[in-house]
Write a protein that binds this ligand. Structure first.
Ligand code: T3P
Length: 123
């Protein structure tokens, strides 16, 4: 079974893409998120080299939305794409709006290696 850290990479990392087209989210959600039974409402993809994301675990500590204290906010803005489910879109036809942004991101980190395990949001 894949670890939480592996799932984070699979769900959120796309370092090699710099410009995205309007069909980006529909393609990525199909290939990466393997949604079964429902359409995930929001997923963010991060277009930065992996080390830029791993070091966030050593940057500003913030409280996570679920109340845990292991979230960290990136000190610099990151190139990200937010994929948001369009209103009226019904499983299995998950139809997403693609939006490229430059924002600081908040991730949860765990364990001795300080791995990112969860995407908490962007600000
Ligand atoms: P995960 O914990 O697997 O990373 O918050 C619930 C899920 O929504 C979370 O899954 C990540 C995703 N999400 C984003 O990808 N981007 C966002 O901006 C927000 C708010 C949530």
């Amino acid at each position: 079974k894949e670890s939480q850290a592996e799932k984070f990479l699979q769900q959120h990392m796309d370092p090699d893409t710099s410009t995205v087209t309007s069909s980006y989210c529909n393609e990525m959600m199909k290939h990466r998120n393997r949604t079964v039974g429902f359409c995930k409402p929001v997923i963010t993809f991060i277009h930065q080299p992996l080390p830029d994301v791993q070091v966030i675990c050593f940057q500003g500590n913030v409280r996570c939305k679920n109340g845990q204290s292991n979230c960290h906010q990136s000190s610099s803005k990151m190139r990200i794409t937010d994929c948001r489910l369009k209103k009226g879109s019904k499983y299995p036809k998950c139809d997403y709006k693609t939006q490229q942004l430059q924002k600081s991101i908040i991730v949860a980190c765990e364990c001795v290696q300080y791995e990112t395990v969860h995407f908490d949001g962007s600000v």
